[in-house]
Design a protein around this ligand. Structure first.
Ligand SMILES: [Zn+2]
Length: 165
């Protein structure tokens, strides 16, 4: 496994719609493994393939599960319910944190690394991260829908509150 460099804004790959994975090749498996290593190294909670320079519909999301992050190939939101506003950041925008409105509950259909189609329902922060990552695959950025960017003082406070994870 290898730590990949993170692509930061305004690299144009971040605003491009990523291509669907048509076959789960060794390269896709390698990408998933490298993305996991990379997300851990950068202390992220989610990562989309365009953020490591691959315009493919692949994303990973941190979970509390010991088996590792949730791996999403060709993910698609099939249900969105409610609304929630919370703070988000992004590894491609190292200094930007701000409030974003998302659905509070979602269902996502995706393919796993074995090639099986799965569905998953997520709430709260997990739902938020999944929506953020799928947005990356469509070339969307959280800064486009940010309600308000945190001030440096608010950011410091936020970081202290989330220091434990
Ligand atoms: Zn992001």
């Amino acid at each position: 496994m290898m730590i990949l460099p993170i692509v930061t804004y305004p690299d144009e790959i971040l605003t491009k719609r990523a291509a669907a994975v048509t076959e789960i090749t060794n390269a896709v498996i390698q990408l998933l493994d490298d993305m996991q290593e990379t997300m851990q190294a950068y202390d992220g909670v989610g990562l989309a393939a365009p953020q490591v320079g691959q315009s493919l519909r692949v994303a990973i999301v941190e979970t509390d599960d010991e088996s590792g992050p949730l791996e999403l190939i060709n993910p698609k939101l099939i249900m969105q319910e409610g609304e929630a506003v919370d703070v988000e950041g992004c590894l491609s925008f190292p200094d930007v944190f701000g409030t974003v409105k998302r659905a509070a509950k979602i269902a996502v259909r995706y393919v796993d690394r074995e090639g099986y189609e799965n569905e998953l329902v997520a709430h709260d922060y997990a739902a938020r991260i999944i929506q953020h990552e799928i947005e990356h695959l469509d070339g969307g950025l959280f800064t486009d829908r940010m309600i308000r960017r945190l001030t440096p003082e608010e950011l410091e406070e936020y970081m202290e509150e989330h220091d434990d994870d």
